[in-house]
Write a protein of this length. Structure first.
Length: 169
C-alpha cells in the first residue's frame, strides 16, 4: 500500500478501480456469447486501457487461456515490453496460481480483482503468490471491487448451464 497517498488520491484510485472493473465486467459478459465461463480482464496504464480480454479456454482449447493471462500477453505486445511497469491489472475473479505467476513474471505493480475464488484464488484465498516476499516481484493487491456483481455473473452462468438433475441419477 502507498502510505503517502492523500485521501483525495485514494478516492481517485477507488473511483477509477470501479470504472475499470465495470469495463472488465462487460468483457466477462461477452465471454458468455462464446460459451465461456464469464471472466473479464484488462490492463490499464493510468486512464488508458492497453489490453482487454475475456476467458477463451473452450474456444482456444487452451487451459492457459484465462482472461488475465491473455490480457497480460496482449498488454506486452501493445507496449512493446514484457515488463508491464506502471500498469494495473483488473480482473473480475481472483487470479489462479498460473495467473498469479504471470503477474509476478510480468512485474505488474498493481492487481485489482472483483470476486474472491475460495477454490483456486492465489492472491488471497488459497495462496498469496502475488505478494510473497520470497519472490522477486510483489504486486499491490486490492480485492473485492464490485465483488457482488463479479460473483453474480458467474453464479448466473453456472445456474443456467447446469441441466436440472435427473431423478434416476
Ligand atoms: Zn488463471
Amino acid at each position: 500500500m502507498r502510505a503517502e497517498q492523500s485521501p483525495a488520491d485514494r478516492f481517485a484510485d477507488e473511483e477509477r478501480d470501479e470504472r475499470m472493473m465495470r469495463r472488465a465486467l462487460e468483457l466477462a459478459q461477452q465471454a458468455i456469447d462464446f460459451g465461456e465461463v464469464p471472466v473479464g480482464a484488462l490492463v490499464a496504464r493510468g486512464e488508458s486501457i492497453v489490453a482487454q480480454a475475456f476467458n477463451l479456454r473452450e474456444t482456444l482449447h487452451d487451459a492457459t487461456a484465462h482472461a488475465e493471462r491473455i490480457a497480460i500477453t496482449l498488454a506486452g505486445r501493445s507496449l512493446g515490453s514484457w515488463r508491464l511497469e506502471g500498469c494495473t491489472l483488473y480482473v473480475t475473479l481472483e487470479p489462479c496460481p498460473m495467473c498469479a505467476g504471470a503477474i509476478v513474471a510480468s512485474r505488474i505493480p498493481r492487481v485489482v480483482y472483483g470476486a474472491a475464488d475460495p477454490k483456486a484464488g492465489a492472491c488471497d484465498s488459497l495462496f498469496q503468490l502475488a505478494t510473497d516476499p520470497r519472490l522477486n516481484h510483489r504486486a499491490e493487491v486490492r480485492g473485492g471491487v464490485l465483488a457482488r456483481e463479479c460473483g453474480e455473473i458467474l453464479t448466473r452462468f453456472f445456474q443456467q448451464r447446469r441441466p436440472s438433475p435427473r431423478i434416476s441419477e
